[in-house]
Structures are given as C-alpha cells and as structure tokens.
Write a protein that binds this ligand. Structure first.
Ligand code: URA
Length: 448
C-alpha cells in the first residue's frame, strides 16, 4: 500500500505533491485501499494549503487517469462542450447544445445535478417525463452519431476519483476550494472527450463565487488545466447579480429553454446562448470569426434546426416528446405571488435566497443523494430596475406542496428590495479570458 500517511503529512505541512504522489493516493483511494478518513484529511489540507500550478496540473491528470478517457475522433467531427459555474435560472446548456450540434459540432455533454442554491442540467432535463441521463459510453456514442449531442451524467468509469471526492467534499464542507473545484470540473470535461471548452464563470450574489476577482482566478486556472491536456478553452465572466431569464426551477426552465429554441424567450438567455455557442464553433474550428459564428447559432435557433435536434435528443434519451408540446404542464399549476411592499424600483439584494427558496419548495437538493421535485419553480415577473407599484407581483412561486410555502416565501422576500432609485446593472458579459497570447477584448453584446 502507498504510504498515504506520508503524503498526507507532506500536504499538511504545506509541501507540493509530486505527480507520482497524487497518482498513488488517488489510485489507492479509488481501489478502496486508502480509507475515507485519509481522503478527507488530504482534502482539508488542500483546502487550507492550496496547490501550486504544476502540482494542480498533475493532480488533475491523476484524477482523469483514475478512470476512462473518452475519444470521439473516429466520428470525424469536431467536439466541444461548455461548463457554467451556475446560478439562478442558468439553463443555457439546454438550448445551446442542440444549437451547436445543428452547426456541425458534436457535444458530448456530461453535466451535474443541482446542489445547495444552484440547479443542475441533469435535474432540468429529467423534468421531461422519461428522459434518461444515465448513459453509458456506448449510449453517448450512439447519441452523438445520431443527433450530434448527448446529455449524460458522470458514469462509474468517468473520473471515479472525482465521484468519490465530490461526495466527501459535500459532507465535510470542502466544496469551496479553488483547486478542488477547478480539478473536479476540468477532469470530467477533459475525460468526456471534448476537444474545445467554453467556460461560463458567473459573478454576483447568485453565483458560486460572487466576487469577479475570484471568478477570474478560477477561470484562468481552468483554462490552464484544459490547455495542459490539449483542450482549447476560453472563459466568459457573466452576470449572476440578477436571474438569467425569467424562470428558475426544473420543469419551468425546460419550458423557457423551449421558447429559446423556438427563436423566442428572454433576450438575456438568447444572448448568452448565441455568444457561448458561437465561441464553441470558433474554438472547435468550424468558424474563424466570432461574429459569423454567432450569426450561425442565431439562425439555428430561428430556423427550427436547433429545436429539431433537441426533439431528437429527447426522443433518443427516452423522453416523451409530447411533453414538449405542453410546456405549461412541466411546472406546478398553483402559483403564489410575492408582491412589492411599497412603490419604487426592483433591486436584487441577495439572489442566493431565490435558490434557497426553490430548495424550500422542493426544487433543489441539500445533499447529493436527495431527490428533487421537477414541478416546483419560481417565475420572475419583473426585471431588475423595473418600476413597481405597491402590491405589484414581483415573483410567482410554483407550488406543489403548500406546507413548504412559508419558509420559501421568507427566502423569496429576502432576495430583493424596493429601492427609490433604479439600481445600476452589471454588464451581462464582463470579460472574456483566454490562454496567454490568445486574449481578445470582450465582445460587444446587446446589453453591454
Ligand atoms: N461542479 C463540479 O463538478 N465540481 C465542483 O467542485 C464544483 C462544481
């Protein structure tokens, strides 16, 4: 057995692990030879001590090496994927993947579930009756061949070290460590076989990392890890100081994604789908100019080709496509309004409270193993800065169980205030970050 105790002591004392040490520890852990208590102690040491750049590269490589690394080169088409650090109402992946696939780039998207105040793509898709996200490698291949995209969950074989460590970090309160987050996200995205990555790192009160500076540090770290593994990557920092779109919750976000796929829906959602999708086409090498790439994604949303891909993907993964014709039935019938207590302007004070309100309604999970209610949701009836009259509805809670309403209402009310002056909004797209030598100015977008 590896001398796990010596590795632990080295990290505890602030040393940098070698690639050999990371590999030995993770191999021993996944094989069940190194106990959970040792892994928890190592995670705590990494949390407190951080990791040097080379050490983190080696750690991430060891994470990837703990399982399979998929390769889709035999399918003879470029591959790309996107990751978002998530937030309130971030359903971008759902319209984006089929739009990118409709433009000739394969999207082998391995996503996660919601945890705490943020939602997850898999939970949203599973709001479509029958939709199956437990895909094997062969299932992913079939979906890519037939439809150009797959929406799957991490399999037993894909980065098993991350699967175990993530659950352990969850119960020990060790999620929020920059090297652990970066290696966890990137190991899965690299192992799934995407050759280009677009990262959407959110900032603002609804984001995992609210401060833009920390988000930029995470983005740069992830870009470096991707490039070290031969995967092209760029990152955008985008706003999560207000909700994205007009809906948060699983079924209700599918309904909003369908509107986007029909060329409609909220403008901020469309703007990010077009921008990030366009960037995926550029990074995958099928377009050279971002403006042309964005126009192609916009066309795929407007001409029905993205929607057609989505329908095929839903059908291919066992989902009931008839449910897509009746989006209103995807979320609870009963809507309870939250009203403005005085006249003024809508200002989001703490968007995280919306995620927690959704959790209270049953639409999120506290622990990795919890189940979610697909029909619980929150609709945003007004945008940030809107002029409000006293008693005007601001939010509508889609409620399936009235017993959950009181704590949800308290959270929802704590999310916003009515201010005398309209708040100054942050730009939807704050910055574009790329590997050194590939930087460009942020693109001009409709909302600045
Ligand atoms: N998502 C992941 O996959 N891992 C993290 O550590 C955080 C978010």
């Amino acid at each position: 057995m590896t001398d796990a105790r010596a590795i632990l002591a080295k990290k505890r004392d602030g040393g940098a692990l070698t690639g050999g040490e990371s590999r030995a520890f993770l191999e021993g852990y996944v094989a069940g030879e190194i106990p959970e208590s040792f892994a928890a102690a190592l995670l705590m040491a990494i949390f407190l001590r951080g990791m040097e750049r080379g050490e983190l590269r080696d750690w991430t490589a060891a994470m990837i090496g703990s399982g399979e690394r998929w390769d889709w080169s035999e399918l003879r088409a470029p591959t790309a994927d996107k990751h978002s650090t998530g937030g309130i109402g971030d359903k971008v992946s759902i319209p984006l993947a089929p739009a990118v696939a409709a433009c000739g780039v394969l999207v082998p998207m391995i996503s996660g579930r919601g945890l705490g105040h943020t939602g997850g793509t898999l939970d949203k898709l599973e709001a479509i009756p029958g939709f199956r996200t437990g895909l094997t490698r062969e299932d992913v291949r079939r979906c890519l061949e037939r439809n150009g995209l797959a929406f799957g969950a991490q399999t037993q074989e894909l980065v098993p070290a991350d699967r175990q460590l993530y659950a352990l970090r969850d119960v020990t309160g060790l999620i929020e460590s920059l090297p652990l987050i970066a290696s966890s996200i990137l190991s899965k995205k690299i192992a799934e076989g995407a050759r280009a990555l677009v990262l959407d790192v959110k900032f603002g009160s609804g984001a995992f990392l609210p401060e833009p500076e920390r988000g930029a540090e995470l983005a740069r770290t992830m870009i470096e890890l991707a490039e070290a593994s031969g995967v092209r990557a760029v990152a955008y920092q985008t706003a999560m100081d207000r909700p994205l779109g007009l809906a948060a919750g699983n079924g209700v976000e599918i309904a909003e994604s369908l509107a986007c796929l029909e060329g409609k829906g909220p403008p901020d959602l469309r703007e990010l789908v077009v921008l990030l999708g366009g960037e995926m086409l550029v990074q995958a090498g099928v377009e050279r100019e971002l403006e042309r790439a964005r126009a192609r994604i916009a066309r795929a949303l407007d001409d029905g080709s993205a929607l057609e891909r989505f329908r095929r993907a839903v059908e291919g993964q066992g989902g009931d496509v008839r449910a897509l014709e009746r989006p209103r039935e995807l979320y609870a019938r009963e809507l309870v309004h939250v009203e403005a207590e005085r006249a003024g302007h809508l200002a989001w004070r703490d968007l995280r409270q919306i995620g927690l309100a959704l959790l209270e309604l049953g639409g999120g999970r506290r622990r990795v193993e919890d189940a979610v209610d697909p029909r619980a949701g929150i609709l945003f009836l007004e945008r940030a800065g809107a002029r409000l009259e006293r008693g005007q509805p601001v939010l509508a809670l889609a409620v399936t169980d009235r017993r959950k309403l009181a704590p949800a209402l308290a959270r929802a009310r704590a999310a916003f205030e009515v201010s005398d002056a309209p708040p100054a909004p942050a730009p939807l797209v704050l910055a574009r970050l790329a590997a050194p030598g590939l930087e460009r100015a942020p693109p001009r977008t409709a909302s600045g």
